[in-house]
Design a protein around this ligand. Structure first.
Ligand code: OGA
Ligand code: MN
Length: 219
């Protein structure tokens, strides 16, 4: 049944999500996100790709930002709450932020997310989303938007063990509704080459950058 107020994610899976983050540093939920919302977001991203409203994604922040097609081949656009679908997704991630702070005292402070479109052949080599001590991304999320992804479509996200970065621990199919959540500073992951246009939303819960600085210096 079509319903605007269906929950965006499967709240019954939250205890598992919290436990998995604590015990292994990552969580993968199949069918975690509402199917209709994924469809609306996928349509929005497909329209953006057709309108040329996406920007080639780079690596590094600020002055260090550079385009490296040999490392990542997606095109992105930051969510800005301009559509109902975006607002629903971002509000739900706000709820998740609250849950994580309640359960784990993470002090997550804000959430940022971008649409990502991987054209056929694109990939994103193994990386971390944040470097300890430098950036302030604490927990990463990826929501997948392509309904009916075929078994031979490629484009899986491989997650590697935090303490053994050569050891793959899980592979996530980019099927609509699937959702991954992991520690941004310690869990290596990569996007395998996709055979079909691939749509996802990558997002990060951040800690206030100034918390590690001089806001409240010891006396
Ligand atoms: C990222 C990323 C994974 C994915 O954007 O940093 O790792 O499956 N994305 O889209
Ligand atoms: Mn990443």
């Amino acid at each position: 049944m079509s319903h605007l107020h269906q929950p965006v994610f499967d709240t019954a899976a939250l205890p598992d999500l919290v436990d998995a983050l604590v015990e292994q540093g990552w969580f993968v939920g199949e069918g975690f996100l509402d199917a209709e919302l994924c469809q609306a977001l996928c349509q929005e991203l497909t329209d953006m790709a057709e309108r040329d409203a996406l920007a080639a994604a780079g690596i590094g922040r600020g002055d260090e930002h550079q385009l490296r097609r040999d490392i990542r081949g997606d095109a992105i656009r930051w969510l800005d709450r301009e559509s109902l679908a975006q607002r629903r997704y971002l509000d739900a991630m706000g709820d998740l932020q609250h849950e994580l702070n309640q359960a784990l005292f993470l002090g997550l402070f804000e959430y940022e997310a971008h649409f990502a479109h991987y054209p056929p052949g694109a990939f994103y080599k193994r990386h971390l989303d944040s470097f300890r001590g430098r950036a302030n991304r604490v927990v990463s999320t990826v929501g997948y938007l392509n309904a009916g992804w075929p078994a031979d479509g490629g484009g899986e996200m491989a997650i590697f063990a935090a303490d053994a970065p050569e050891r793959e621990v899980v592979r996530v199919r980019p099927e609509a509704g699937n959702f991954a959540c992991f520690l941004a500073e310690t869990v290596p992951h990569e996007v395998l080459p996709t055979r079909l246009p691939r749509a996802s939303i990558a997002g990060w819960f951040r800690r206030n950058a100034s918390l590690g600085g001089l806001v409240d210096p010891a006396r």
